[in-house]
Design a binder for this molecule. Structure first.
Ligand code: CDP
Length: 233
């Protein structure tokens, strides 16, 4: 059966990764969390003192890029690849509110984007990939057979992310999460290089009032249509 490329873009905490993992498992495709790659570089910048609340030395980060290796290693227990920074698993470390607070600034740097986009394109070269992010349908895979654009109200998104962080034991407030979500939306949609925008041929899904199962069923229906058309030709 021929394989397709599925690009899922959208605002922060719209549940892209949840549904992308489910789809990849269902189809036996590879799931790639492109946001994890931007988060890994951000974690590197924090650890090296390149970015902090007081200062962001963009030039230093660009100079360090050749020393930063971001990769995925498949975890058979989880069923998807975990992100590694210079050979070390950072899957948990990149999910903090501190990293979220800086990541959109790091992701706005063109040199960071071109480094990661090149890796992302390579990961999808054989198709059979579900990738989520902000520029997947517009820049990374402009020819993807299925493009989805996920939206939900800022409050819904913040409460989902707040629950996720509280469940893993982080000490944070709902207001801090809401502030981060709206700040990232602003930076991601206003940056010069590859801003977050819905591709002209993307299907918009507002999941504010959808359960995870309803959303999955809806998307699997869309995939069936695309695969059906492909087999007709
Ligand atoms: O928190 P959430 O899961 O919504 O975001 P993420 O997918 O982990 O992405 C974190 C940040 O990385 C985003 O807010 C963007 O600034 C950046 N990003 C990007 O610029 N391009 C991508 N393809 C993916 C993420």
């Amino acid at each position: 059966m021929s394989k397709i490329t599925i690009a899922i873009d959208g605002f922060s905490s719209t549940g892209k990764s949840t549904v992308a993992k489910q789809i990849a498992k269902h189809l036996g495709y590879v799931y790639v969390d492109s946001g994890a790659m931007y988060r890994a570089i951000t974690l590197y910048a924090i650890r090296e003192g390149i970015i902090s609340k007081a200062n962001f030395d963009e030039k230093a980060l660009v100079a360090h890029l050749t020393k930063i290796d971001v990769s995925f290693t498949f975890n058979s227990h989880l069923g998807y690849g975990e992100v590694y920074l210079n050979g070390i698993n950072v899957e948990q470390d990149i999910r903090t509110l501190e990293v979220s607070g800086f990541v959109s600034k790091v992701a706005a740097i063109s040199q960071v984007r071109s480094k990661l986009v090149a890796i992302q394109k390579q990961l999808g070269i054989h198709k059979g990939v579900v990738m989520d992010g902000r520029d997947i349908g517009t820049v990374v895979f402009p020819k993807a057979e299925l493009k989805l654009f996920m939206i939900a109200s800022a409050e819904k998104r913040a409460s989902r992310r707040f629950k996720e962080l509280i469940d893993r034991g982080d000490k944070i407030t709902y207001d801090a999460v809401l502030k981060n979500v709206t700040e990232r939306d602003y930076i991601d949609t206003h940056r010069e290089d590859s801003p977050l925008v819905k591709a002209a041929d993307a299907i918009e899904i507002d999941n504010s009032e959808m359960s995870i199962q309803e959303q999955l069923d809806h998307i699997l229906g869309l995939i069936d249509v695309v695969l059906g058309k492909l087999h007709e030709t």
